[in-house]
Design a protein around this ligand. Sequence first.
Ligand SMILES: Cc1cc2nc3c(=O)[nH]c(=O)nc-3n(C[C@H](O)[C@H](O)[C@H](O)COP(=O)(O)OP(=O)(O)OC[C@H]3O[C@@H](n4cnc5c(N)ncnc54)[C@H](O)[C@@H]3O)c2cc1C
Length: 453
Amino acid sequence: MANIVGEEHVLTSPYDLDRYSADALHPFRAYNAASSFDQLAQVVVRPATTDEVSKIVVLANKNKTPLIPYGGGTGVMGGTMPVRGGIIVDLSRMNRVLEVSCTDLTARVEAGVVLADLVAVLAEDGLMPGHDPYSVPIATVAGAISTNGVGYRAAAFGPMGDQVVALGVVLPSGQVLNTRPVPMYSSGPGLNQLFIGSEGAFGIITQATINVFRLPEAQAFATASFDNFDAGFNAAAELLALGIRPTLLDLTEEDDGILLHLLFEGFVEGVAAQEQRSKQVCADFSGRNIGSEPTLAYWRDRHESGENYKRTALGKPRQERWDRTGWRRFDYLHLGLPISKVLEYRKRCDKIMEGRGVRTVEYAIWSRPELFSMLLVCEDRSEAQARDSLGRVVEEVLTLAQDMGGVMEYCHGVGVKLNHLLVREMGVGQDVVRKLKQAIDPSNIMNPGKLGL
Ligand SMILES: Cc1cc2nc3c(=O)[nH]c(=O)nc-3n(C[C@H](O)[C@H](O)[C@H](O)COP(=O)(O)OP(=O)(O)OC[C@H]3O[C@@H](n4cnc5c(N)ncnc54)[C@H](O)[C@@H]3O)c2cc1C
């Protein structure tokens, strides 16, 4: 490896192997996948070019050694965990913004560009990315593509995968696949899709061309409060059905109330019209307009958890990271269902939790009514009991989402945590994925043990 990337970019010390061999998945939340923490990588390599990545892949393929792509290491499902040992390929040196086009409204970037750095570079040209997760300060572009992440502006721009125009990918053979930077095509199947949300199982993304957007001419923040979640949910569904497109749509129920946060961005007249009509829609569903301030405050703080993680945990050895991200007895689920099923699903989840010592402290929809999340806690038992109770409840509510026609996760990937449930969700689709994998990666070197492969 040293002759490919240079000696200083080959890391083998126990300290480095430990801190790279995990992401932000806390063992408490790993449940069935706890044994994944037993494995460490044998080596970490830090390539600087696509050519170096290709040479690493060829070498690994020759020796049938697993390769695990690593962006910011901020995934929350264990996607970067070397469950069968092997080589962690840290893309963080590939951090250049190569090209920004105000005409094409695209940016061509290297895989390891941290989202916050992209925000800063684009702002110089009056542009912004469409993907704006909590983890902007710490996550990379290719990590976001590989998990198909969702952010605060997803109501308007969709998940990260929707913003991908073209990719450069080193395949398990070492060949470099480049797709073409046009938004629509009818000349063959779209190969970008193979790598979006695939957690590095089909190749290592080294470059991406993504859509970028003009910084908005105007912004309008609005907040409505509701007496019950169902009313807020129905208001949100009506907004989207009418064709209103807020950039931010977040309905949250916590102990202190139910708030719908809306942000409209774009050209002045469009923003004014959408703001006015949405206030009317909320009122039609008994929502009270409580002004812009709560949403403005929520918007200003939106990257706080990412900043905090960067300050206290990022790049630290595993135990230190786990100690610092402390609050254990909880889990945060993000699942997708047809709009018509969400409210019934919520009621059935409440029933599942009854008498189990587990309760939901936050229900939310984020971006779209189909994207439903719950923050579950188990407070009143020993830590081992809490973990056991939460693990069982989580399994039941996630499989219920599948049984009701939905998906168990909408933005964080499968990683090791949900690996055992993917076959149940994909059915025959899993056979298709397995056959594609066999064709492209016959020795299963690319992030083995993920996506049920
Ligand atoms: C505080 C905090 C807040 C968060 N907020 C959000 C949020 O709002 N929305 C959201 O969607 N997620 C959020 N996350 C989760 C996480 O930030 C995302 O999953 C993010 O997209 C992962 O990016 P990363 O660069 O850290 O990827 P990593 O964790 O390094 O990798 C994620 C997966 O992608 C693969 N991968 C990485 N780079 C490549 C590559 N170049 N080629 C192929 N595969 C690759 C890895 O092997 C792994 O399977 C949050 C996490 C934290 C800690």
